[in-house]
Ligand binder design. Structure first.
Ligand code: ZN
Length: 267
């Protein structure tokens, strides 16, 4: 039994430690024990996402987000139904994937020729098609090519508000930083390129996020061997193994789940 003076000092020290722990917790928007978040997202409903990605993610026990183009879903309809049933997030990536006409594939469907009404209709058509095909109602949207405008010159408008009205999350592409949970705008969250990246390069980004308390939303296309517009399976494996180690402080989950959590914890 400590003497009264010691007991007082002990109690004061305990109080101090509690206050310090509470202050640290109040400063973090992440779940207990986590210092940062990572989401793996894949666009366009490419067949390799089902053929190679789905078994890999299942083996690793990782939940990802697939921003599907409804017109490609039919190529692996049963696979996409399985992905949704396994708890992967199905997101909206628009119906016709309009980008700038500077990309040859988008010349006849260019954002420069769109207005806000037309882009809203395109997004709503995708939402309806995804509901019909997969029974899922997306809460997340990925801007095709990461572009967020319609029109040309003085008539250019941002379509971020169209996305903000409809979704919890709007994800960009080719952005140069991860999201700061305290200040980022969920309607235009930053997306980090993930294609053609080795495991070490991917882990470097994840470790930096842990140091800075950020949310990395990786954006990939095909899944398999490392090449142009394809995510290296080894990079996915490395991130999954790293996140399984509690010491990493990484919360690895679907983008919509992280957005929902931040929506609550930022209030
Ligand atoms: Zn795309």
């Amino acid at each position: 039994m400590p003497r009264p003076a010691h007991a007082f000092r002990f109690a004061a020290l305990a109080l101090l430690l509690c206050a310090a722990a509470a202050a640290q917790n109040a400063g973090s928007l992440w779940p207990e024990g986590k210092r940062a978040a990572v989401s793996l997202t894949f666009d366009d409903a490419r067949t390799s996402q089902i053929d190679t990605g789905l078994p890999l993610l299942e083996k690793l026990g990782v939940r990802a987000t697939f921003f599907v183009s409804p017109n490609n879903v039919g190529n692996r309809l049963d696979g996409w139904k399985r992905a949704a049933a396994q708890g992967h997030e199905i997101g909206n990536h628009s119906m016709t994937h309009p980008c700038t006409g500077n990309y040859a594939f988008s010349r006849s469907n260019a954002l420069e020729d769109y207005d806000l009404e037309r882009i809203a209709q395109d997004i709503d058509a995708a939402q309806e098609a995804i509901r019909k095909l997969l029974g899922a109602t997306p809460v997340s949207f990925a801007y095709p090519c990461g572009l967020k405008f319609v029109g040309r010159g003085r008539n250019v408008r941002s379509y971020v508000p169209v996305v903000a009205e409809r979704f919890l999350l709007g994800r960009g592409y080719m952005d140069e930083a991860a999201n700061d949970p305290a200040v980022f705008d969920p309607a235009q969250a930053m997306g980090t390129p993930f294609d053609d990246m080795g495991p070490e390069e991917a882990l470097k980004i994840v470790r930096q996020a842990a140091r800075e308390g950020r949310w990395v939303i990786f954006v990939g296309h095909d899944i398999g061997p490392r090449r142009f517009q394809s995510v290296d399976s080894a990079a996915i494996e490395a991130i999954a193994a790293h996140a399984k180690d509690p010491a990493s402080g990484i919360w690895l989950d679907a983008a919509g789940a992280v957005a929902r959590h931040l929506g609550r914890s930022r209030r």
